[in-house]
Design a protein around this ligand. Structure first.
Ligand SMILES: Nc1ncnc2c1ncn2[C@@H]1O[C@H](COP(=O)(O)OP(=O)(O)OP(=O)(O)O)[C@@H](O)[C@H]1O
Length: 603
């Protein structure tokens, strides 16, 4: 991604606006103290010159300037401390506001399309990095302001002593500044180009240190292999950084010699001019302070400019994420009415992107209110995709889905989702307490132990949760210690796959009174007995409710009011279990196959 000067400027304006809005009271004080802190050394230099001049003239009164020197010395020592505190404080406020804004922007992506786009994911990660660098932008602003004020102050002082010498010092300074800015742009470009190595290195690092892949990595013995891949990425990034460092070394080396030569020449001139009586001894001291001051200010300024470019570049990702349009067209005021008739899919076509093949190719399906519809089909047939369309995680590419006659596109996703509960095939296990894991299904149940237990009982997991060391308050994680009590840390518990499955079911059940219940493979991780039991419970729960059930175990869906078979992106069979068996099509064949498999297993 190339960001030109205009882009960086726009980013600077946005960053300043964010900083200003998040710390209105602190910013003016910070600027005032920064400028005062920069002025202190200039005042010190002038006062020193005055003291020396008066000391070298008979009867010169030095009391006033000496007192002034003491005051500026005090200011020079104290002001940077205040500036440092305010800078950190403003950085924290701005970082907090930026982080909140960033995550709110990510939440505005109500569907999944952007989240599944690798480019958006990259951008999101870089945006987090960008917002993390907002405190550095505050540093940069402070450095830039302070540096510029010192530079102008010392150059002005030098100008009063000798315009010629000012020209020499400037001649050494300006190329240095220009070269630094150029180097910085190159460094930014280099950092952007090595980002791809860092992303892959991070990925391997996560694999090697996380728990998700820990078992496989150990069993397959692939730790060293993955570490090798990780180190290869790091070496590639290092090689490019080293090339850049060498270029900087050469340029900066040359510039340092140049400015040292300018300073040396200036010193020689000042000393000889003082010897000839053309300037006073105080002027020599002022000149020395100005040369050192200009060089120091230049260093601060170039660091602020070069660091600032890199930080603003990172901040452009934050801007891109916070400005991104929601992935689904927004319907702001539609309603999802309580379901009375049912849900209708009319000629629904869907593919994940223009580059992907069609998953659904004209699905027509009705889920009548109060009925249980089962959806069956082979792996990859598109069942879970259809579920995601029903929850409006995506919009159909063609066709429409009607909720009691209202197109889902006309309903704000949040309102639609309030009416739905679901157990997803790839349900989530949260590193939180058992109770929280259930309550996440409906936050109004948080802390309502009776409701949580009711859901857990229905999902058949209450016994297990009640027997945990702290019951429903037991953390279901070994990732970190929960609770604020450092003296008495709460050790977490790890559940089995099937137990997590039941917990996901409880999470769906705690969402009481919803119009549609979606059960996508609710029994897939359970042993046969448990699966039967869960399906029996779900049958009870479904009774009189609108539900969509997906299962590969056809015996579990046989008593659904309707069964739809999805193949090649279309509903190819549709009816009750008995009707489908009588039709003797694909469903009947699959059902017999499964039944025969079970019979063979019985001795
Ligand atoms: N997020 C995604 N991006 C791109 N393609 C996807 C995505 N999710 C699923 N697919 C593809 O869509 C097709 C249908 O997948 P889906 O998960 O809906 O099938 P399914 O019927 O639920 O399968 P299973 O029975 O194995 O769970 C598959 O070919 C899959 O590769």
């Amino acid at each position: 991604m190339r960001v030109g000067a205009a882009g960086l400027w726009a980013a600077a304006v946005r960053a300043v606006a964010l900083i200003w809005r998040s710390a209105r009271a602190g910013v003016p004080v910070f600027i005032a103290l920064t400028l005062a802190a920069s002025a202190a050394p200039i005042a010190t230099a002038w006062l020193t010159k005055t003291v020396i001049d008066r000391l070298t003239t008979p009867h010169g009164a030095v009391g006033g300037p000496a007192l002034g020197l003491a005051a500026t010395g005090l200011a020079a020592a104290a002001l940077p401390v205040g500036v440092h505190y305010l800078r950190a404080q403003i950085g924290r406020s701005a970082g907090l506001a930026g982080t909140d804004r960033l995550f709110a922007a990510a939440e505005r992506q109500v569907g999944l399309r952007n989240f599944e786009d690798p480019a958006y994911q990259d951008r999101l990660r870089l945006a987090q990095e960008g917002v993390g660098r907002v405190p550095e932008i505050v540093d940069g602003i402070g450095g830039g302001l302070g540096g510029a004020a010192s530079l102008l102050g010392f150059l002005g002082s030098l100008l009063l002593i000798s315009p010629a010498m000012t020209a020499v010092v400037l001649a050494a300074a300006v190329p240095a500044l220009a070269a630094e800015i150029l180097l910085t742009r190159r460094r930014s470009a280099m950092e952007w180009s090595i980002e791809r190595y860092h992303r892959r290195e991070y990925f391997y690092g996560q694999l090697l240190t996380g728990t998700a892949a820990a078992t496989e990595i150990r069993l397959f013995g692939i730790g060293a292999f993955l570490r090798g891949l990780m180190m290869r990425e790091r070496r590639s990034a290092n090689a490019e950084s080293r090339r850049m460092d060498l270029r900087e070394l050469r340029t900066q080396g040359g510039l340092t010699v140049m400015s040292a030569a300018a300073a040396g020449a200036g010193l020689w001139w000042a000393v000889t001019a003082a010897r000839r009586g053309e300037i006073g001894i105080g002027d020599v001291s002022m000149f020395l302070a100005a040369v050192v001051g200009v060089q120091g200010a230049l260093g601060t300024l170039t660091a602020a400019i070069s660091g600032g470019q890199a930080r603003l570049l990172a901040f452009t990702h934050f801007i891109a994420v916070t400005d991104a349009e929601p992935d689904l067209p927004r319907a702001l005021d539609g309603e999802a009415p309580p379901l009375r008739r049912g849900i209708e899919l009319q000629d629904v076509w869907f593919r994940y992107s223009d580059d992907h093949p069609w998953v659904l190719r004209g699905v027509d399906l009705t889920i009548p209110q109060g009925r249980a519809v089962a959806l069956v089909g082979l792996n990859g047939a598109g069942k879970s995709t259809l579920v995601k369309l029903l929850c409006r995680m995506y919009d159909p590419s063609k066709g429409r889905i009607l909720w009691d006659g209202v197109d889902l596109r006309d309903i704000p996703p949040a309102r639609l989702r309030e009416r739905i509960s679901a157990v997803f095939q790839d349900h989530m296990n949260y590193d939180m307490t058992a109770g929280e894991n259930i309550a996440l299904g409906d936050l109004t149940a948080l802390g309502d132990r009776d409701r949580l237990r009711r859901a857990a009982v229905s999902a058949g997991i209450d016994g297990k949760l009640s027997s945990l060391p702290r019951g429903y308050d037991t953390p279901l994680t070994r990732m970190f210690v929960l609770g604020s009590d450092q003296e008495d840390p709460v050790t977490g518990v790890v559940l089995s796959g099937g137990q997590w499955q039941r917990l996901a079911l409880a999470r769906a059940l705690v969402r009481e009174g919803r119009d549609l219940m979606i059960l996508d493979e609710p029994g897939s991780g359970l042993d046969p007995e448990a699966e039967q039991e869960v399906h029996a419970r779900m049958r009870e729960h479904r009774d009189g409710r609108t539900s969509l059930l997906i299962s590969h175990r056809l015996s579990a869906v046989r008593d659904a009011d309707r069964i739809a078979v999805l193949r090649d992106g279309r509903i190819v069979e549709h009816g009750t279990h008995d009707a489908l068996l009588a039709a003797d099509g694909g469903y009947a064949r699959l059902f017999r196959l499964q039944a025969a498999g079970y019979q063979q297993e019985v001795p």
